[in-house]
Design a protein around this ligand. Structure first.
Ligand code: ADP
Ligand SMILES: O=c1ccn([C@@H]2O[C@H](COP(=O)(O)O)[C@@H](O)[C@H]2O)c(=O)[nH]1
Length: 203
């Protein structure tokens, strides 16, 4: 099965997951999503307190070799067992999630365009561009409510790693994108254009 691979990148809290969800909703049964976050390296060797302090916003935090292998396998029409990441313990869990091959594979993550080996597997590269103040407000809410974090830990992590790595790696990787979408999640004009493009591509 030939598949179309769509990248959705952007800073933390930019609206990548929202855009991805709205895109795949339009292609029921024809799409699968691969999250770069699922490929954070495992750190079973470290204590929880040490894992909390790691830099999760540097390109080296990810096991790109495994992700590339999985993307190639999906493109060849074979399913993969993708790792399941657990944000509350800052570690890869021992569970996996089966991802089926599909005509449309959406690949989502903050740093996918900072990795040339991932970029070359993407047919369409979308970057969701949202102001930093809006993104941090969303992240505080999300990390406290959904990822079991304290306000203090979100603030420390944002200032020590998230913000500097965004400026160093995420923002410059935007130049590798084909389409830049302001306010991704709720930008219906951009979403419609993307859906039309995908529809035409998969025929
Ligand atoms: N355009 C938007 N306007 C308002 N809220 C949004 C918008 N896009 C996303 N959100 C909200 O912001 C939060 C983070 O969005 P999400 O799509 O999970 O971002 P990301 O995957 O880039 O971290 C979610 O609660 C989502 O509902
Ligand atoms: O253990 C972890 C692993 C990652 N993070 C943060 O997640 C975001 C990326 O996810 P988004 O959904 O795009 O926000 C990244 O900025 C990491 O800092 C984490 O906090 N803990």
């Amino acid at each position: 099965m030939a598949s179309l691979t769509v990248g959705v990148a952007g800073g933390t809290g930019s609206g990548k997951t929202t855009l991805t969800r709205k895109l795949v909703e339009r292609f029921p049964g024809k799409s699968s999503v691969v999250f770069h976050d699922s490929y954070y390296k495992a750190h079973d060797d470290l204590a929880y307190e040490e894992r909390c302090l790691l830099n999760y916003d540097h390109p080296d935090a990810f096991d790109n070799d495994l992700m590339v292998e999985h993307l190639r396998r999906l493109a060849a029409g074979r399913p993969v067992e993708c790792p399941v990441y657990d944000y509350s313990s800052y570690n890869r869990s021992d569970r996996t999630r089966r991802i089926e091959p599909a005509p449309i594979i959406v690949v989502e993550g903050i740093l996918i365009y900072a990795a040339p080996e991932i970029c070359e597997l993407l047919d369409i590269k979308v970057f969701v561009d949202t102001d930093a103040d809006v993104r941090i407000l969303r992240r505080i809410k999300r990390d406290v409510v959904e990822r079991g974090r304290t306000l203090e830990s979100v603030e420390r992590q944002y200032l020590t790693t998230v913000k500097p790595m965004h400026e160093l790696y995420v923002e410059p990787s935007k130049r590798n994108a084909d389409i830049i979408v302001p306010n991704g999640g709720h930008n219906l004009v951009a979403l419609d254009m993307l859906i039309n493009k995908v529809e035409r591509a998969i025929g």
